[in-house]
Design a protein around this ligand. Structure first.
Ligand code: TYC
Length: 101
């Protein structure tokens, strides 16, 4: 059979996008005890006491402080866990997450 094309080829270009990262931000308030903020930071974010102290004092003095960056699901889970701990103890402690540019 002349002139019959039997050998077609398909090429696929793959582009892997980096997952977008989300900042978890600690917000200051006037009521939550400093020591409690430090305990929550250590427990939820698994950072040292010294690091927790710096993050807590930064939020205390400037109004807010970035704790760490995660994928969206992890950031949202940490925010929920940390806010729940505050609420369980009757404190208005607030964390939020924000897409990193
Ligand atoms: N400002 C609080 C106080 O004086 C302590 C505090 C620090 C609360 C940081 C929240 O994100 C915070 N007791």
């Amino acid at each position: 059979m002349p002139n019959v094309i039997t050998d077609r080829k398909t090429t696929t270009a793959t582009r892997t996008e980096r997952p977008r990262l989300y900042k978890v931000i600690l917000l200051n308030d006037d009521f939550t005890p400093r020591e409690f903020v430090v305990q929550v930071l250590r427990r939820v974010f698994r950072i040292t006491e010294a690091e927790s102290d710096v993050v807590m004092m930064t939020a205390h003095q400037r109004g807010a402080c970035v704790v760490a960056v995660f994928t969206r699901e992890v950031a949202e889970m940490k925010v929920q866990q940390a806010n729940d701990l505050g609420r369980e103890h009757g404190y208005p402690l607030a964390f939020t997450s924000e897409k990193e540019e």
